[in-house]
Ligand binder design. Structure first.
Ligand code: GUN
Length: 282
């Protein structure tokens, strides 16, 4: 039976460490500030944004909330980002996605200064990760690295299969596992022999976005299984991309949904904010 990786506990540990660090910085007269922008009132985005603001308050990071109407133009949003880029009191800028269809998301992501890009979405941040240079890393994959490290899971020389190729999770995840000296395979919905490749994984990271897609027949005995998915099933119950009940008896470690990868994203966002602030003091 697999050991369950407790993302809730690990994210709490990280937030406690950050809280102490922020308190020490505050005592030295340095404060940390995150600007959070939401355009429109998509209910899911509002929940995420509120959770980010709450985490800031808990850790002692100031948050500036910009709740803009659905009709906000791209030019207006770019103007706000330019103002925040130049504001020395603001260390991180986060623009919640998705944006309304009349706004070009790529343009917005590229407008945020890489020094304040706490989401790690800017092409310069992604490029830095690719060539092993310092820069902000996308929060969910960075959180998965913390789950593996803090659970003392060996990655060096292991075959890691990443299922999913999104810019936010799959691609940066593969690059991070390469940095951890794993041998990495990226698969996706069009991969022909997905089951066989997954079955060869020592570490299987699933971000395919399909509820309960990966069953026991995709998993090698003793594999580490990380589930990035989060869905509501027909009974309104939260579930991941993995058939948890089937895979748990087979795996060596597994992340539950909820309480696995999910809580790590905000913890790593807070980590990136503190790093942005420290870098701005250099
Ligand atoms: N929408 C869903 N997840 C995220 C995230 O991590 N960052 C931003 N900016 N928007 C999101």
């Amino acid at each position: 039976m697999a050991i369950r990786i407790d993302g809730k506990q690990i994210s709490t540990d990280i937030k406690e460490e950050l809280k102490a660090e922020v308190a020490a910085l505050k005592a030295a007269g340095k404060s940390c500030c995150l600007a959070v922008i939401q355009v429109g009132n998509d209910p899911a985005s509002s929940v995420y944004v509120n959770n980010k603001k709450k985490a800031c308050a808990y850790i002692g990071i100031e948050s500036l909330a910009y709740e803009l109407g659905e009709e906000t133009t791209e030019a207006e949003l770019l103007e706000l980002i330019d103002k925040l880029n130049r504001d020395g009191k603001v260390h991180g800028i986060l623009c919640q996605l998705p944006l309304p269809p009349h706004i070009d998301e790529d343009k917005i992501i590229q407008a945020i200064s890489p020094k304040k890009d706490v989401d790690g979405f800017h092409p310069q941040s992604v490029g830095a990760l690719t060539i092993g240079q310092p820069g902000f890393v996308s929060c969910t994959p960075a959180g998965i690295i913390q789950l593996l490290r803090r659970s003392k899971i060996e990655t060096e020389g292991k075959h890691c299969v990443v299922v999913g190729r999104s810019n936010i999770v799959g691609k940066p995840m593969a690059l991070l596992m390469l940095r951890e000296n794993a041998t990495v395979t990226i698969c996706h919905s069009r991969t022909k022999n997905l089951k066989e490749i997954c079955r060869s994984a020592d570490i299987l990271i699933v971000a395919i976005g399909k509820p309960r897609y990966i069953g026991a027949d995709y998993v090698k005995e003793g594999a580490v299984v990380i589930d990035v998915g989060i869905h509501r099933d027909e009974n309104n119950k939260l579930c991941g991309d993995v058939k948890f009940d089937e895979v748990e008896p087979l795996a060596s470690y597994i992340t539950p949904v909820p309480g696995g990868v999910g809580p790590m994203t905000i913890a790593m966002l807070m980590h990136n904010c503190v790093e942005a602030m420290k870098d701005s003091c250099l």
